[in-house]
Design a protein around this ligand. Structure first.
Ligand SMILES: C[S@@+](CC[C@H](N)C(=O)[O-])C[C@H]1O[C@@H](n2cnc3c(N)ncnc32)[C@H](O)[C@@H]1O
Ligand SMILES: *[C@@H]1O[C@H](CO)[C@@H](O)[C@H](O)[C@H]1NC(C)=O
Ligand SMILES: *[C@@H]1O[C@H](CO)[C@@H](O)[C@H](O)[C@H]1NC(C)=O
Ligand SMILES: *[C@@H]1O[C@H](CO)[C@@H](O)[C@H](O)[C@H]1NC(C)=O
Length: 456
Protein backbone atom coordinates (compact mmCIF):
# COMPACT_ATOMS: atom_id res chain seq x y z
CA UNK A 1 0.00 0.00 0.00
CA UNK A 2 1.50 3.28 -1.07
CA UNK A 3 0.97 6.28 1.17
CA UNK A 4 -1.17 9.04 -0.18
CA UNK A 5 -0.83 12.73 0.46
CA UNK A 6 -3.02 15.66 -0.07
CA UNK A 7 -1.88 17.88 -2.83
CA UNK A 8 -3.15 20.28 -5.39
CA UNK A 9 -1.69 21.13 -8.65
CA UNK A 10 -2.59 21.83 -12.28
CA UNK A 11 -0.74 19.88 -14.90
CA UNK A 12 1.80 21.55 -17.07
CA UNK A 13 1.91 19.74 -20.38
CA UNK A 14 5.31 18.90 -21.72
CA UNK A 15 5.06 18.11 -25.40
CA UNK A 16 6.38 14.64 -25.93
CA UNK A 17 8.71 14.46 -28.91
CA UNK A 18 7.33 12.43 -31.78
CA UNK A 19 8.19 8.77 -31.52
CA UNK A 20 11.23 7.31 -33.14
CA UNK A 21 13.36 4.21 -32.53
CA UNK A 22 10.27 2.35 -31.45
CA UNK A 23 11.08 -0.49 -33.86
CA UNK A 24 14.47 -0.93 -32.14
CA UNK A 25 12.89 -1.98 -28.85
CA UNK A 26 12.20 -5.71 -28.47
CA UNK A 27 8.47 -6.31 -28.84
CA UNK A 28 8.61 -8.56 -25.77
CA UNK A 29 8.53 -5.54 -23.44
CA UNK A 30 4.91 -4.78 -24.32
CA UNK A 31 2.73 -5.11 -21.23
CA UNK A 32 5.68 -5.14 -18.79
CA UNK A 33 4.45 -4.10 -15.32
CA UNK A 34 7.67 -4.29 -13.29
CA UNK A 35 10.53 -2.47 -14.95
CA UNK A 36 13.09 -5.02 -16.19
CA UNK A 37 15.82 -2.98 -17.84
CA UNK A 38 17.61 -6.09 -19.19
CA UNK A 39 14.66 -6.89 -21.43
CA UNK A 40 15.46 -3.83 -23.52
CA UNK A 41 18.81 -5.29 -24.55
CA UNK A 42 18.92 -6.20 -28.22
CA UNK A 43 21.37 -6.69 -31.04
CA UNK A 44 20.28 -4.85 -34.14
CA UNK A 45 21.70 -4.52 -37.59
CA UNK A 46 22.06 -0.95 -38.71
CA UNK A 47 23.34 0.57 -41.94
CA UNK A 48 26.65 2.41 -41.80
CA UNK A 49 28.80 4.48 -44.09
CA UNK A 50 32.62 4.34 -43.88
CA UNK A 51 34.00 7.75 -44.60
CA UNK A 52 37.60 8.97 -44.72
CA UNK A 53 38.29 11.66 -42.16
CA UNK A 54 38.85 14.43 -44.66
CA UNK A 55 35.43 13.93 -46.28
CA UNK A 56 33.58 13.83 -43.04
CA UNK A 57 32.12 17.32 -42.78
CA UNK A 58 30.68 17.25 -46.31
CA UNK A 59 29.21 13.79 -45.82
CA UNK A 60 27.69 14.78 -42.49
CA UNK A 61 25.96 17.78 -44.02
CA UNK A 62 24.37 15.48 -46.61
CA UNK A 63 23.50 12.56 -44.32
CA UNK A 64 22.44 14.19 -41.10
CA UNK A 65 18.69 13.64 -41.62
CA UNK A 66 19.29 9.86 -41.74
CA UNK A 67 21.41 9.60 -38.56
CA UNK A 68 20.62 7.03 -35.91
CA UNK A 69 19.56 9.22 -33.01
CA UNK A 70 19.69 7.42 -29.68
CA UNK A 71 20.38 8.52 -26.13
CA UNK A 72 24.01 8.00 -25.10
CA UNK A 73 25.02 7.02 -28.59
CA UNK A 74 27.30 8.82 -31.03
CA UNK A 75 26.13 8.45 -34.65
CA UNK A 76 29.65 9.27 -35.87
CA UNK A 77 32.44 7.07 -34.48
CA UNK A 78 36.07 6.29 -35.17
CA UNK A 79 36.84 3.27 -37.28
CA UNK A 80 40.30 1.89 -37.86
CA UNK A 81 40.53 0.23 -41.26
CA UNK A 82 43.37 -2.22 -41.70
CA UNK A 83 45.84 -2.70 -43.23
CA UNK A 84 46.44 0.88 -44.31
CA UNK A 85 45.58 2.09 -40.82
CA UNK A 86 44.04 5.05 -42.48
CA UNK A 87 41.68 6.89 -40.24
CA UNK A 88 38.06 6.41 -41.16
CA UNK A 89 34.85 7.43 -39.53
CA UNK A 90 31.79 5.28 -39.30
CA UNK A 91 28.39 6.92 -39.60
CA UNK A 92 25.37 5.05 -38.18
CA UNK A 93 21.96 5.39 -39.79
CA UNK A 94 18.47 4.94 -38.53
CA UNK A 95 17.12 1.65 -39.92
CA UNK A 96 13.66 3.21 -39.87
CA UNK A 97 14.94 5.56 -42.57
CA UNK A 98 17.64 3.63 -44.43
CA UNK A 99 18.11 -0.05 -45.11
CA UNK A 100 19.79 0.06 -48.48
CA UNK A 101 22.06 2.45 -50.33
CA UNK A 102 19.12 3.29 -52.57
CA UNK A 103 17.13 4.59 -49.65
CA UNK A 104 19.19 7.80 -49.75
CA UNK A 105 17.43 10.24 -52.03
CA UNK A 106 18.70 10.55 -55.55
CA UNK A 107 20.11 14.01 -54.85
CA UNK A 108 21.88 12.84 -51.74
CA UNK A 109 23.41 9.89 -53.53
CA UNK A 110 24.62 12.18 -56.31
CA UNK A 111 26.16 14.58 -53.79
CA UNK A 112 27.83 11.71 -51.95
CA UNK A 113 29.25 10.32 -55.17
CA UNK A 114 30.72 13.72 -55.92
CA UNK A 115 32.94 13.26 -52.90
CA UNK A 116 33.75 9.64 -53.82
CA UNK A 117 31.34 8.04 -51.43
CA UNK A 118 29.24 5.33 -53.00
CA UNK A 119 27.66 1.96 -52.41
CA UNK A 120 31.12 0.49 -51.61
CA UNK A 121 31.29 2.64 -48.49
CA UNK A 122 27.90 1.36 -47.42
CA UNK A 123 27.68 -1.59 -45.07
CA UNK A 124 25.64 -3.16 -42.28
CA UNK A 125 26.85 -3.54 -38.71
CA UNK A 126 25.48 -5.13 -35.60
CA UNK A 127 25.21 -2.94 -32.54
CA UNK A 128 23.79 -3.56 -29.11
CA UNK A 129 21.05 -1.24 -27.87
CA UNK A 130 20.00 -1.09 -24.23
CA UNK A 131 17.48 0.58 -21.93
CA UNK A 132 19.86 3.53 -21.68
CA UNK A 133 19.49 4.34 -25.37
CA UNK A 134 15.79 5.23 -25.23
CA UNK A 135 13.88 8.21 -24.03
CA UNK A 136 11.00 7.86 -21.61
CA UNK A 137 8.34 8.47 -24.26
CA UNK A 138 9.72 5.77 -26.57
CA UNK A 139 9.76 3.33 -23.66
CA UNK A 140 6.17 4.19 -22.76
CA UNK A 141 5.10 3.66 -26.38
CA UNK A 142 6.79 0.26 -26.40
CA UNK A 143 5.46 -0.94 -23.04
CA UNK A 144 2.01 0.57 -22.49
CA UNK A 145 -1.09 -0.83 -24.21
CA UNK A 146 -1.27 -0.09 -27.91
CA UNK A 147 -4.14 1.93 -29.40
CA UNK A 148 -5.07 3.36 -26.04
CA UNK A 149 -4.43 6.74 -24.55
CA UNK A 150 -0.89 6.89 -23.25
CA UNK A 151 0.82 9.40 -21.00
CA UNK A 152 0.23 12.79 -22.53
CA UNK A 153 2.35 14.90 -20.27
CA UNK A 154 3.55 15.69 -16.81
CA UNK A 155 4.77 18.61 -14.77
CA UNK A 156 7.92 19.09 -12.79
CA UNK A 157 8.12 21.00 -9.53
CA UNK A 158 11.70 20.90 -8.33
CA UNK A 159 12.66 17.22 -8.02
CA UNK A 160 9.02 16.08 -8.12
CA UNK A 161 7.24 14.95 -11.27
CA UNK A 162 3.50 15.01 -11.15
CA UNK A 163 1.20 13.22 -13.57
CA UNK A 164 -2.39 12.20 -13.97
CA UNK A 165 -2.65 8.53 -14.86
CA UNK A 166 -5.71 7.21 -16.63
CA UNK A 167 -7.41 4.24 -15.01
CA UNK A 168 -6.18 1.74 -17.57
CA UNK A 169 -2.58 2.75 -16.80
CA UNK A 170 -2.79 2.41 -13.05
CA UNK A 171 -1.34 -1.10 -13.08
CA UNK A 172 1.74 0.34 -14.84
CA UNK A 173 2.31 3.11 -12.34
CA UNK A 174 5.47 1.72 -10.73
CA UNK A 175 7.08 1.21 -14.15
CA UNK A 176 6.04 4.66 -15.33
CA UNK A 177 7.43 6.23 -12.16
CA UNK A 178 10.73 4.36 -12.31
CA UNK A 179 11.28 5.23 -15.97
CA UNK A 180 10.74 8.93 -15.20
CA UNK A 181 13.16 8.84 -12.25
CA UNK A 182 15.72 7.17 -14.57
CA UNK A 183 15.19 9.43 -17.54
CA UNK A 184 14.25 12.92 -16.36
CA UNK A 185 17.03 15.10 -15.10
CA UNK A 186 16.75 16.11 -11.44
CA UNK A 187 13.69 13.93 -10.91
CA UNK A 188 13.82 11.99 -7.66
CA UNK A 189 10.11 11.57 -6.88
CA UNK A 190 7.09 10.79 -9.04
CA UNK A 191 3.57 11.37 -7.78
CA UNK A 192 0.19 10.59 -9.19
CA UNK A 193 -3.01 12.44 -8.45
CA UNK A 194 -5.53 9.99 -6.98
CA UNK A 195 -8.59 12.18 -6.67
CA UNK A 196 -9.90 15.69 -6.45
CA UNK A 197 -10.38 17.22 -3.05
CA UNK A 198 -11.67 20.70 -3.23
CA UNK A 199 -10.41 21.60 0.19
CA UNK A 200 -9.63 24.98 1.67
CA UNK A 201 -5.93 24.83 1.03
CA UNK A 202 -6.41 23.89 -2.61
CA UNK A 203 -4.88 20.42 -2.37
CA UNK A 204 -5.36 17.18 -4.27
CA UNK A 205 -4.93 13.66 -3.02
CA UNK A 206 -1.85 12.00 -4.38
CA UNK A 207 0.35 8.97 -4.17
CA UNK A 208 4.08 8.41 -4.57
CA UNK A 209 4.58 5.95 -7.43
CA UNK A 210 8.38 5.98 -7.55
CA UNK A 211 11.44 7.44 -5.89
CA UNK A 212 11.95 9.13 -2.54
CA UNK A 213 9.09 10.19 -0.37
CA UNK A 214 10.50 13.67 -0.20
CA UNK A 215 8.13 16.58 -0.74
CA UNK A 216 10.44 19.37 0.23
CA UNK A 217 11.03 21.14 -3.06
CA UNK A 218 13.08 24.10 -4.12
CA UNK A 219 11.98 26.00 -7.22
CA UNK A 220 13.03 29.23 -8.83
CA UNK A 221 10.56 31.82 -10.05
CA UNK A 222 10.74 35.59 -10.65
CA UNK A 223 14.41 35.55 -9.64
CA UNK A 224 13.52 34.24 -6.17
CA UNK A 225 13.96 30.84 -4.56
CA UNK A 226 10.89 29.16 -3.13
CA UNK A 227 10.98 26.23 -0.76
CA UNK A 228 7.95 24.40 0.53
CA UNK A 229 6.44 21.06 1.32
CA UNK A 230 4.59 20.24 -1.89
CA UNK A 231 2.27 17.85 -0.06
CA UNK A 232 0.92 20.60 2.16
CA UNK A 233 0.73 23.83 0.19
CA UNK A 234 -0.39 25.12 -3.17
CA UNK A 235 2.11 25.62 -5.98
CA UNK A 236 1.40 25.72 -9.69
CA UNK A 237 4.23 26.14 -12.20
CA UNK A 238 1.66 27.16 -14.81
CA UNK A 239 1.12 30.45 -12.99
CA UNK A 240 4.69 31.71 -13.26
CA UNK A 241 3.93 33.99 -16.22
CA UNK A 242 0.89 35.42 -14.49
CA UNK A 243 2.95 36.12 -11.37
CA UNK A 244 5.43 37.97 -13.56
CA UNK A 245 2.69 39.94 -15.33
CA UNK A 246 1.44 41.29 -12.01
CA UNK A 247 4.97 41.98 -10.75
CA UNK A 248 5.57 44.09 -13.87
CA UNK A 249 2.75 46.40 -12.75
CA UNK A 250 4.38 47.13 -9.39
CA UNK A 251 6.76 50.05 -8.81
CA UNK A 252 9.06 50.69 -5.84
CA UNK A 253 7.05 52.43 -3.13
CA UNK A 254 3.78 50.76 -4.12
CA UNK A 255 1.84 48.71 -1.60
CA UNK A 256 0.70 45.13 -2.17
CA UNK A 257 -1.99 43.32 -0.22
CA UNK A 258 -1.82 39.66 -1.22
CA UNK A 259 -4.92 38.14 0.35
CA UNK A 260 -4.38 34.50 -0.67
CA UNK A 261 -0.62 34.55 -0.97
CA UNK A 262 0.35 30.86 -0.69
CA UNK A 263 4.10 30.52 -0.17
CA UNK A 264 4.71 33.95 -1.70
CA UNK A 265 5.07 33.94 -5.52
CA UNK A 266 3.59 37.47 -5.69
CA UNK A 267 4.60 38.69 -2.25
CA UNK A 268 8.29 37.75 -2.03
CA UNK A 269 9.38 39.17 -5.43
CA UNK A 270 7.22 42.27 -4.82
CA UNK A 271 9.08 42.99 -1.58
CA UNK A 272 12.37 42.43 -3.43
CA UNK A 273 11.10 45.09 -5.87
CA UNK A 274 10.85 47.50 -2.93
CA UNK A 275 7.09 47.39 -2.56
CA UNK A 276 5.57 47.41 0.90
CA UNK A 277 3.95 43.99 1.20
CA UNK A 278 1.16 42.63 3.38
CA UNK A 279 0.91 38.90 2.65
CA UNK A 280 -1.79 36.62 4.00
CA UNK A 281 -2.75 32.96 3.81
CA UNK A 282 -5.09 30.87 5.93
CA UNK A 283 -3.02 27.69 5.60
CA UNK A 284 -0.54 27.57 8.52
CA UNK A 285 1.88 25.58 6.33
CA UNK A 286 1.78 28.24 3.60
CA UNK A 287 2.35 30.88 6.25
CA UNK A 288 5.34 28.97 7.60
CA UNK A 289 6.96 28.60 4.16
CA UNK A 290 6.08 32.17 3.22
CA UNK A 291 8.13 33.41 6.17
CA UNK A 292 10.89 30.93 5.42
CA UNK A 293 11.02 32.18 1.81
CA UNK A 294 11.09 35.81 2.93
CA UNK A 295 14.18 34.96 4.98
CA UNK A 296 15.84 32.82 2.31
CA UNK A 297 15.46 35.61 -0.23
CA UNK A 298 16.73 38.21 2.24
CA UNK A 299 13.61 40.33 2.00
CA UNK A 300 13.84 43.68 3.80
CA UNK A 301 11.65 43.01 6.82
CA UNK A 302 10.63 46.67 7.05
CA UNK A 303 8.80 46.09 3.79
CA UNK A 304 7.23 42.73 4.59
CA UNK A 305 4.46 41.71 6.97
CA UNK A 306 2.83 38.28 6.97
CA UNK A 307 -0.53 37.14 8.33
CA UNK A 308 -2.24 33.81 8.89
CA UNK A 309 -5.84 35.00 8.70
CA UNK A 310 -9.03 34.31 6.86
CA UNK A 311 -9.18 36.63 3.84
CA UNK A 312 -12.20 38.38 5.29
CA UNK A 313 -10.40 39.30 8.50
CA UNK A 314 -7.36 40.39 6.56
CA UNK A 315 -9.52 42.83 4.54
CA UNK A 316 -11.54 43.99 7.52
CA UNK A 317 -8.58 44.54 9.84
CA UNK A 318 -5.20 44.78 8.12
CA UNK A 319 -6.35 46.43 4.90
CA UNK A 320 -8.97 48.57 6.57
CA UNK A 321 -6.51 49.89 9.17
CA UNK A 322 -3.99 50.72 6.51
CA UNK A 323 -6.36 52.66 4.23
CA UNK A 324 -8.02 54.39 7.20
CA UNK A 325 -4.61 55.57 8.36
CA UNK A 326 -3.79 56.61 4.84
CA UNK A 327 -7.00 58.63 4.48
CA UNK A 328 -6.25 60.11 7.92
CA UNK A 329 -2.80 61.13 6.86
CA UNK A 330 -1.20 58.80 9.41
CA UNK A 331 0.20 56.53 6.76
CA UNK A 332 2.11 58.27 4.00
CA UNK A 333 2.80 56.96 0.55
CA UNK A 334 5.32 58.09 -2.00
CA UNK A 335 3.85 60.53 -4.52
CA UNK A 336 2.13 58.58 -7.29
CA UNK A 337 2.37 55.31 -5.38
CA UNK A 338 -0.41 52.81 -5.92
CA UNK A 339 -2.02 50.17 -3.77
CA UNK A 340 -2.48 46.72 -5.33
CA UNK A 341 -4.63 43.88 -4.05
CA UNK A 342 -4.12 40.38 -5.43
CA UNK A 343 -6.83 37.79 -4.86
CA UNK A 344 -5.71 34.49 -6.32
CA UNK A 345 -8.22 31.97 -5.05
CA UNK A 346 -10.22 31.55 -8.26
CA UNK A 347 -12.84 29.25 -6.77
CA UNK A 348 -13.89 31.72 -4.07
CA UNK A 349 -12.12 35.08 -4.34
CA UNK A 350 -15.08 37.02 -5.79
CA UNK A 351 -17.06 36.17 -2.66
CA UNK A 352 -14.63 38.29 -0.67
CA UNK A 353 -15.25 41.40 -2.77
CA UNK A 354 -18.32 42.35 -0.77
CA UNK A 355 -16.14 43.18 2.23
CA UNK A 356 -14.68 46.13 0.34
CA UNK A 357 -18.08 47.76 -0.18
CA UNK A 358 -18.75 50.20 2.62
CA UNK A 359 -15.61 49.04 4.41
CA UNK A 360 -15.09 52.46 5.97
CA UNK A 361 -18.03 54.29 7.51
CA UNK A 362 -16.39 57.55 8.47
CA UNK A 363 -17.12 59.64 5.38
CA UNK A 364 -15.28 62.59 6.92
CA UNK A 365 -12.04 60.98 5.78
CA UNK A 366 -13.27 60.88 2.23
CA UNK A 367 -11.71 63.92 0.63
CA UNK A 368 -8.28 64.14 2.19
CA UNK A 369 -6.11 61.74 0.23
CA UNK A 370 -6.59 59.75 -2.91
CA UNK A 371 -4.33 57.14 -4.44
CA UNK A 372 -5.21 54.50 -6.99
CA UNK A 373 -6.15 51.14 -5.57
CA UNK A 374 -6.21 48.23 -8.04
CA UNK A 375 -7.78 44.88 -7.33
CA UNK A 376 -6.69 41.80 -9.31
CA UNK A 377 -9.32 39.21 -8.63
CA UNK A 378 -9.21 35.74 -10.19
CA UNK A 379 -12.16 33.53 -11.01
CA UNK A 380 -13.11 30.52 -13.09
CA UNK A 381 -15.40 31.30 -16.02
CA UNK A 382 -17.40 28.37 -17.30
CA UNK A 383 -19.35 29.13 -20.45
CA UNK A 384 -19.29 30.65 -23.91
CA UNK A 385 -18.08 34.16 -23.10
CA UNK A 386 -15.56 33.92 -20.27
CA UNK A 387 -14.94 37.69 -20.32
CA UNK A 388 -18.58 38.61 -19.82
CA UNK A 389 -19.03 35.91 -17.18
CA UNK A 390 -16.01 37.14 -15.21
CA UNK A 391 -17.27 40.75 -15.25
CA UNK A 392 -20.71 39.61 -14.19
CA UNK A 393 -19.30 37.62 -11.28
CA UNK A 394 -17.43 40.66 -10.03
CA UNK A 395 -20.45 42.97 -10.29
CA UNK A 396 -22.78 40.46 -8.67
CA UNK A 397 -20.49 39.73 -5.79
CA UNK A 398 -19.39 43.21 -4.92
CA UNK A 399 -23.06 44.17 -4.84
CA UNK A 400 -22.78 47.23 -7.03
CA UNK A 401 -22.37 47.81 -10.76
CA UNK A 402 -18.70 48.69 -11.01
CA UNK A 403 -18.37 48.05 -14.78
CA UNK A 404 -16.90 51.49 -15.29
CA UNK A 405 -14.15 50.69 -12.78
CA UNK A 406 -13.03 47.56 -14.61
CA UNK A 407 -9.81 48.28 -16.47
CA UNK A 408 -8.91 44.80 -17.71
CA UNK A 409 -10.33 41.30 -18.08
CA UNK A 410 -7.62 38.78 -18.91
CA UNK A 411 -7.72 35.09 -19.77
CA UNK A 412 -4.92 33.64 -17.62
CA UNK A 413 -5.16 30.03 -18.72
CA UNK A 414 -7.40 27.31 -19.95
CA UNK A 415 -8.20 24.88 -17.13
CA UNK A 416 -10.34 22.39 -19.06
CA UNK A 417 -12.66 22.59 -22.06
CA UNK A 418 -14.81 25.69 -21.60
CA UNK A 419 -13.30 26.52 -18.20
CA UNK A 420 -10.97 29.49 -18.11
CA UNK A 421 -9.08 31.04 -15.24
CA UNK A 422 -9.74 34.76 -15.62
CA UNK A 423 -8.32 37.86 -13.98
CA UNK A 424 -10.47 40.97 -13.56
CA UNK A 425 -8.61 44.17 -12.75
CA UNK A 426 -10.66 47.01 -11.35
CA UNK A 427 -10.18 50.27 -9.52
CA UNK A 428 -11.30 50.15 -5.92
CA UNK A 429 -12.63 53.68 -5.65
CA UNK A 430 -13.83 55.67 -2.68
CA UNK A 431 -17.38 55.21 -3.96
CA UNK A 432 -16.99 51.53 -3.14
CA UNK A 433 -14.96 51.82 0.07
CA UNK A 434 -17.20 54.55 1.50
CA UNK A 435 -20.43 53.22 0.06
CA UNK A 436 -23.12 54.09 2.58
CA UNK A 437 -25.88 52.19 0.84
CA UNK A 438 -24.86 48.75 1.85
CA UNK A 439 -27.58 47.88 4.33
CA UNK A 440 -30.40 49.14 2.13
CA UNK A 441 -32.72 47.35 -0.24
CA UNK A 442 -30.62 46.20 -3.23
CA UNK A 443 -28.73 43.54 -1.32
CA UNK A 444 -25.80 41.64 -2.79
CA UNK A 445 -26.38 37.88 -2.99
CA UNK A 446 -24.27 37.40 0.09
CA UNK A 447 -25.12 40.25 2.38
CA UNK A 448 -22.25 40.12 4.81
CA UNK A 449 -20.37 43.22 5.74
CA UNK A 450 -17.16 43.39 7.71
CA UNK A 451 -18.58 45.82 10.19
CA UNK A 452 -21.83 44.15 11.00
CA UNK A 453 -21.37 40.43 11.11
CA UNK A 454 -19.10 38.13 12.98
CA UNK A 455 -19.90 34.76 11.46
CA UNK A 456 -18.30 33.29 8.37
C1 LIG B 1 -4.81 29.18 -5.53
S1 LIG B 1 -3.80 29.38 -4.12
C2 LIG B 1 -2.82 30.77 -4.61
C3 LIG B 1 -1.48 30.89 -3.94
C4 LIG B 1 -0.54 31.92 -4.53
N1 LIG B 1 -1.09 33.25 -4.52
C5 LIG B 1 -0.13 31.55 -5.93
O1 LIG B 1 -0.37 32.31 -6.86
O2 LIG B 1 0.48 30.49 -6.13
C6 LIG B 1 -4.95 30.00 -2.95
C7 LIG B 1 -4.45 30.14 -1.54
O3 LIG B 1 -5.51 30.66 -0.74
C8 LIG B 1 -5.45 30.09 0.55
N2 LIG B 1 -6.79 30.22 1.16
C9 LIG B 1 -7.87 29.46 0.96
N3 LIG B 1 -8.93 29.94 1.63
C10 LIG B 1 -8.51 31.07 2.25
C11 LIG B 1 -9.16 32.03 3.07
N4 LIG B 1 -10.45 31.92 3.38
N5 LIG B 1 -8.44 33.06 3.53
C12 LIG B 1 -7.12 33.18 3.20
N6 LIG B 1 -6.46 32.30 2.43
C13 LIG B 1 -7.15 31.27 1.96
C14 LIG B 1 -4.99 28.67 0.31
O4 LIG B 1 -4.35 28.16 1.46
C15 LIG B 1 -4.03 28.85 -0.87
O5 LIG B 1 -2.70 28.97 -0.44
C1 LIG C 1 24.39 -9.75 -28.90
O1 LIG C 1 25.65 -9.99 -29.46
C2 LIG C 1 26.65 -10.35 -28.54
C3 LIG C 1 27.95 -10.47 -29.28
O2 LIG C 1 28.23 -9.29 -29.96
C4 LIG C 1 26.28 -11.62 -27.85
O3 LIG C 1 27.24 -11.94 -26.87
C5 LIG C 1 24.93 -11.47 -27.20
O4 LIG C 1 24.52 -12.69 -26.65
C6 LIG C 1 23.89 -10.96 -28.16
N1 LIG C 1 22.71 -10.64 -27.45
C7 LIG C 1 21.48 -10.89 -27.87
C8 LIG C 1 20.35 -10.47 -26.99
O5 LIG C 1 21.28 -11.43 -28.94
C1 LIG D 1 14.51 1.05 -48.80
O1 LIG D 1 14.21 0.73 -50.13
C2 LIG D 1 13.60 -0.54 -50.35
C3 LIG D 1 13.42 -0.74 -51.81
O2 LIG D 1 14.66 -0.68 -52.44
C4 LIG D 1 12.28 -0.57 -49.62
O3 LIG D 1 11.67 -1.86 -49.75
C5 LIG D 1 12.51 -0.25 -48.17
O4 LIG D 1 11.27 -0.16 -47.50
C6 LIG D 1 13.25 1.03 -48.00
N1 LIG D 1 13.57 1.20 -46.61
C7 LIG D 1 13.18 2.26 -45.89
C8 LIG D 1 13.54 2.27 -44.46
O5 LIG D 1 12.57 3.20 -46.39
C1 LIG E 1 -24.46 58.75 1.73
O1 LIG E 1 -23.45 59.62 1.23
C2 LIG E 1 -23.91 60.68 0.40
C3 LIG E 1 -22.73 61.47 -0.07
O2 LIG E 1 -21.66 60.65 -0.37
C4 LIG E 1 -24.88 61.56 1.20
O3 LIG E 1 -25.40 62.55 0.35
C5 LIG E 1 -25.99 60.71 1.78
O4 LIG E 1 -26.80 61.48 2.62
C6 LIG E 1 -25.44 59.53 2.58
N1 LIG E 1 -26.52 58.66 2.98
C7 LIG E 1 -26.58 58.12 4.19
C8 LIG E 1 -27.74 57.21 4.43
O5 LIG E 1 -25.76 58.35 5.05
Amino acid sequence: MLPSFVIFFQTLRFKMSSSSNLSLIPSGVRGMKRLDREKFLRNITVPILKVPDEKLSTVISICKPYFLKLQKFKPVQNLLVKPSEKLYKCIYFDPEKITKWHNFSEDDRKNLQECDIDENNFDLQEIQVTYDNFKHDTIFKAVLPENEETISGFSQIGHIIHLNLRDHLLEYRSLVGEVLVDKIQNCRTVIHKTGIIDNTYRNFKMEVIAGDEDFLVTVKESRCIFQFDFSKVYWNPRLSREHERILELLSPGDVLFDIFCGVGPFAIPAAKQKCKVFANDLNPESYKWLNHNAQQNKVNMNLFKSYNLDGKDFICTTFKTFVTNYYNGKETLKKGAKIHITMNLPELAVQFLKYFKGLIKDTQLNDKYDCDIFVYVYCFSVGEDPYAIAKQMVNDNIGKDISSNIVDVFDVRNVSPKKEMMRVTFKLTKEIIFDNNSDETEEPPCKKQCSNDKDT
